[in-house]
Design a protein around this ligand. Structure first.
Ligand SMILES: O=C(O)CCC(=O)C(=O)O
Ligand SMILES: [Fe+2]
Length: 302
């Protein structure tokens, strides 16, 4: 069955691992980004920071990559549709395809994203976890349920960042929004399915139900920016984020890369993870293998 209603979570179509023979190592180090101390401090304090226009020259390239992902979803890993039967629009996402889609790989290897990630994490190195793309078509009302990303992932630690790039003009009403400082709450919430907001069935006793920030708006300090193509929003894997259910009048595409610092290790969670990365020969507490998760930037200590 492949009706929109029955898809829960991302489908496994092809292997998330790089195909044999595909090089996952760049031929040259990526260009350096110059993050300001003030912005690094803001990221640490708020769990989210905006860097305007940084990736403008990558927008067309990433749009081309996303076109491949969207038009042949089953050629790629984990295509997912999250609009309920009978509801308008399309909410597509997919991840773990950077080694298969040349445009994604070029961005990851040749842009300043790796250096940017390392600096904002205040880390000595930046290791790629994966990329994640999102597309809401005009007319889509499906909200992105409020969640934070860490409990979805089979990793643990503190030095994390997602670099989320707008590939369209996104007005404030439909843009991704964040609860300021929520990365420091010292709480983890159940991952939620994007289709209907239901929680994953985890028996992990350390997880709680995510708050519904939209329903109790006055209680939370929410940060949101209208975005232009090439703007990047950086956020910690622990920062709560989501959207309203406002109608997307235009297309809303975004490209995110997920980065790990030096203190991040593999962590076998109780229950399903997303992406479903279950590594054999790797124990909780080990570093992630670099042939699947390349270290793309190291701090220059000279
Ligand atoms: O763009 C969205 O609505 C969701 C983005 C998101 O959840 C993420 O990048 O982690
Ligand atoms: Fe997320």
């Amino acid at each position: 069955m492949t009706t929109k209603q029955t898809i829960k979570g991302n489908l496994k179509t092809v292997d998330w691992r790089p195909d044999p023979g595909v090089s996952v190592f760049p031929s040259a180090p990526p260009p350096e980004y110059e993050a300001s101390d003030k912005d690094i401090e803001l990221f640490d304090r708020n769990g989210v920071v905006l860097q305007r226009s940084v990736f403008k020259s990558w927008v067309n390239i990433l749009q081309r990559g996303l076109d491949k992902n969207l038009s042949h979803p089953n050629n790629y890993a984990f295509p997912c549709e999250s609009v309920k039967e009978g509801q308008p629009g399309r909410f597509f996402d997919s991840y773990c395809n950077w080694h298969r889609i040349q445009e994604y790989r070029d961005y990851i290897f040749k842009s300043c994203a790796a250096s940017m990630a390392g600096q904002f994490m205040r880390a000595a190195s930046a290791q790629l976890f994966h990329e994640h793309v999102f597309c809401k078509e005009p007319g889509t009302q499906a909200p992105t349920p409020w969640h934070h990303d860490l409990p979805y992932y089979s990793v643990d630690g503190f030095q994390t960042v997602s670099i989320y790039i707008a590939l369209d003009t996104i007005p404030e009403k439909t843009a991704i929004r964040f609860v300021r400082g929520s990365h420091k709450w010292d709480e983890l919430f159940f991952p939620r399915h994007f289709l209907d907001g239901s929680s994953y069935k985890h028996s992990d006793p350390t997880l709680r139900l995510a708050p519904n920030v939209e329903e109790e708006r006055g209680k939370y300090d929410v940060l949101v920016w209208a975005l232009e193509p090439g703007d990047a929003v950086l956020f910690d894997f622990r920062t709560l984020h989501g959207t309203t259910g406002a109608t997307n009048s235009n297309r809303r595409r975004a490209f995110s890369t997920r980065w790990l610092g030096d203190d991040i290790t593999y962590y076998e969670r109780i229950g399903e993870t997303s992406p479903p990365i279950n590594l054999t020969n790797v124990q909780s507490g080990d570093r992630l293998p670099e042939d699947y998760f390349p270290v793309l930037w190291r701090r220059n200590t000279e």
